[in-house]
Design a protein around this ligand. Structure first.
Ligand code: ADQ
Length: 462
């Protein structure tokens, strides 16, 4: 089998073990065990004078190759264009996006530098799989350097309607660069429709035809085992004891403005205000470690949450009960798995989310005999697969409060009837299925390099 080359903004630390690794590393685990692989991307470090050639480390069948960034590239490429412009726009938040030409230049420069460092490492029969919005231009840069290998792209975040994306300066250049891929994957049919519409709008019909939906999954069996094992550990016992028989609702997110945290906290406050019978009977634990703490909008979010949690706790707490526990430190994944199994309610209310793996992890973590209830945003990609969840509009704290009230009083047979099909879906559409389906589409696709050459030959002949 040919080598698989994964390109992503971040490269996992090869020392990370299965249970502690998150997101993409888990999703790709199967594929990386079955064939030789190269994982290429940013080291996570910034240095004064980055080397042009990557540092390599090998573990098992995978070589990890990383580049450092200069302070300037970190500021313009990562904080500026990727996180300041693309992240909000792709989550439909054109109004809070910040655009600067220097950021765009930094984005182009880093995509080109990544391509220049990767190209000499490639073998003729490699399959290349590029991940996410940091690297929209990479494939086009590789093609310009003469790469003819199959290149696939997967977008982990949503893709907004054409009218939103076209509001962002340089959107057209990004869309045009999509034509360099042989297969383009997104999380949901809505994302696919939006992306095709935008590509059509700029005359990239060939690229539009290569867009497909591939909903990302988790290692459901592995997570279920982890949660069951961790359910009886010191950390989970301590949390259980501290609840003194009260129900637990849990939220687990990166501290990010797309995750709907202020509205969620307000929703929990509304529950206590409008349904007083739940006062003193339910505790909400929100774990939200700070991410991207050096972007101003993230600092503002943190202040807002500190204030609203304090206000609700001040208003409703009793000497022996506090409504909200809010942790901005990281908690180890295995412990979180145990917490999820303990929680009667999983509260997952992003304003927009490509998929949201926490929703799937919460489902997988439940005790089949006594499963909890998932309260889920209808704007998370996962809502398409998790039909047994109580779906809410995450912008509406009253809607969240009403769903929490229903969840807290739901009888066991209804909880089971809702959970079973969700668990079946999470197990069927798991990480390995996602990976296999995307790679099958990519490796069986017509070559973009050849079809681009053919269509330019046709244009020349015409
Ligand atoms: P994220 O925005 O990071 O990912 P999500 O899918 O919810 O969002 O989480 C990814 C992983 O991080 C999960 O395994 C989750 O358990 C872990 N995680 C989240 N919060 C955590 C916390 N507080 N502590 C420890 N671990 C935590 C992006 C897109 C999503 C998409 C994924 C994968 O924004 O929509 O589902 O990529 O494609």
């Amino acid at each position: 089998m040919s080598r698989l080359v994964i390109v992503a903004n971040r490269v996992p630390d090869p020392r990370e073990r299965g249970a502690t690794a998150g997101g993409l590393a888990v999703a790709l685990k199967d594929a990386l065990q079955r064939r030789d692989a190269l994982w290429f991307g940013w080291s996570g470090a910034t240095v004064a004078e980055p080397a042009a050639a990557p540092t390599e480390q090998r573990k098992g069948r995978v070589t990890y190759a990383t580049l450092d960034l200069s302070e300037e590239d970190y500021r313009h490429y990562y904080l500026g264009f990727a996180n300041g412009a693309l992240w909000p726009v792709l989550h439909y938040r054109l109004g809070i996006a910040k655009f600067a030409r220097e950021d765009w230049e930094g984005y182009r420069r880093v995509n080109a530098a990544f391509a220049a460092a990767l190209a000499p490492m490639l073998r003729p029969d490699d399959t290349i799989w590029v991940h996410d919005f940091h690297l929209f231009l990479l494939a086009a840069e590789l093609r310009a350097l003469g790469c003819r290998q199959k290149i696939g792209f997967f977008l982990h975040v949503p893709f907004p309607p054409r009218s939103v994306i076209m509001g962002m300066p340089k959107a057209e250049a990004i869309l045009a660069a999509m034509g360099a891929h042989d297969a383009i994957g997104v999380q949901t049919d809505d994302d696919a429709e939006n992306l095709r519409g935008a590509l059509f709008g700029i005359g990239e019909q060939d690229a539009a035809a290569r867009v497909g939906t591939f909903a990302i999954g988790i290692d459901a069996a592995g997570f279920a085992n982890l949660a069951a094992r961790r359910f009886r550990t010191k950390e989970v016992d301590q949390l259980r004891a501290s609840l003194a028989g009260r129900a637990l609702a849990i939220g687990i997110d990166r501290l990010d403005y797309t995750k709907g945290l202020p509205q969620r906290i307000a929703g929990f406050g509304k529950l206590l205000q409008r349904f007083p019978r739940h006062r003193s009977n339910v505790t909400f634990l929100q774990v939200a470690p700070v991410s991207r703490g050096d972007v101003a909008s993230y600092r503002a979010l943190r202040r807002e949450l500190d204030e609203s949690v304090g206000r609700i706790n001040g208003q409703y707490a009793e000497p022996d009960w506090g409504p909200i526990r809010y942790i901005t430190r990281a908690v180890a994944r295995p412990t979180l798995a145990g917490y999820m199994r303990l929680a009667k309610i999983g509260l997952v209310t992003p304003l927009r989310d490509g998929m949201n793996l926490v929703a799937k992890e919460y489902v997988a973590a439940q005790d089949p005999e006594d499963p909890g209830v998932l309260v889920l945003s209808r704007f998370a990609g996962a809502s398409g697969e998790l039909e047994g969840a109580l779906l809410v509009n995450p912008m509406d704290p009253d809607d969240i409060a009403e769903a929490l009230d229903v969840a807290l009083t739901m009888p066991a047979d209804e909880r089971q009837a809702r959970w079973k099909p969700m668990d079946a879906a999470v197990r069927a559409n798991n990480a390995s299925a996602w990976c296999r389906q995307f790679l099958t589409a990519l490796e069986g696709s017509e070559s973009a390099a050849e079809s681009a050459a053919e269509s330019s030959a046709r244009r020349r002949a015409a």
